[in-house]
Design a protein around this ligand. Structure first.
Ligand SMILES: C[S@@+](CC[C@H](N)C(=O)[O-])C[C@H]1O[C@@H](n2cnc3c(N)ncnc32)[C@H](O)[C@@H]1O
Length: 277
């Protein structure tokens, strides 16, 4: 039985390398850490990545609502717990955080403890494409934000989500989409799908799309502009330091994505789907 994706070690190394820089990039104006690792949803009025990540959280929570007392859900690819902890603060539910990296789950638990919600949080280390820890028809809700671009077998992932959701339960899915992966500069470890492929995975898994939005227009350009500003003005590191190098890499990545977005080749898809009752 396969329990580790092919590129698991690479994913681990990537996050060890970039996590510190991204934590600084997503600090609020008051210095608060977001504990999220995503591109954010740059609604009008978002001044920095922290604001955009919080706006994105509100969008995801809104799509999951209503959540009821005692509901049990899972965040797949939870990262370091920014959304999980805020969801537990705002809703009286039980949440399991599921991620490939034990280190991320440890950081999630620590964050939950500081916010006094750890009693309703469980963490399980595992691979989203094989969710053997969860029984059929057992979960009231699932969400997965900007994690599936790491998955090399997305159909298996959507099938697993379908299997473990209760009939009628909701899944909120958000991720980068790309219509021409040959134009991605840093391809290694990225498994972007086209929008039509995502639609097909969802349909083939026997999940119904209830709502869909492409928020790409509120992601790539503002994030790239903010990253440039952050690297020039706010990153308090000498040129040539490891954080400055990560910043340069991140700027190149986002430049590439923004150009592809401008050509209509990149989007950011958010779906609310439901398992048929
Ligand atoms: C970009 S982070 C997003 C974290 C979080 N969803 C957020 O928005 O802050 C992607 C996360 O997906 C996790 N991940 C990657 N491949 C995975 C897999 N096959 N199964 C479960 N989690 C995975 C990574 O370890 C990482 O924590």
């Amino acid at each position: 039985m396969k329990s580790k994706p092919e590129d698991s070690d690479q994913i681990n190394q990537f996050y060890q390398w970039i996590r510190g820089y991204l934590a600084d990039l997503s600090r609020s104006a008051e210095g608060e850490l977001s504990h999220a690792i995503n591109f954010g949803f740059w609604e009008d009025g978002c001044k920095n990545l922290f604001d955009a990540e919080m706006a994105f959280f509100e969008l995801v929570l809104d799509m999951l609502s209503p959540l009821k007392q005692g509901d049990h859900g899972v965040e797949i690819g939870c990262g370091i717990g920014g959304y999980a902890v805020r969801l537990l603060e705002q809703s009286p539910v039980q949440l399991t955080c599921y991620d490939l990296l034990e280190e991320h789950l440890n950081l999630t638990r620590q964050f939950a403890e500081t916010k006094s919600v750890a009693d309703r949080l469980r963490t399980i280390q595992g691979n989203s494409m094989e969710m053997n820890n969860f029984s059929d028809n057992s979960l009231d809700f699932i969400y997965c934000v900007e994690s599936s671009f790491h998955y090399d077998e997305k159909q298996k992932f959507f099938n697993e989500v379908q299997r473990v959701l209760k009939p009628g339960a909701t899944f909120v899915y958000a991720d980068i989409s790309c219509e021409d992966v040959s134009k991605i500069t840093f391809k290694s470890g990225n498994h972007f799908s086209a929008k039509s492929e995502l639609d097909a995975y969802i349909k083939n898994a026997n999940l119904d799309i209830v709502e869909h939005r492409d928020i790409g227009g509120q992601v790539y350009r503002p994030l790239q502009e903010y990253t440039e500003y952050f690297n020039d003005e706010l990153l308090d590191e000498p040129a040539g330091s490891s954080k400055a190098k990560v910043g340069k890499y991140w700027d190149l990545v986002l430049n590439n994505y923004t150009k592809l977005f401008n050509k209509g080749l990149m989007g950011y898809q958010v779906y609310k789907v439901r398992k048929p009752a």
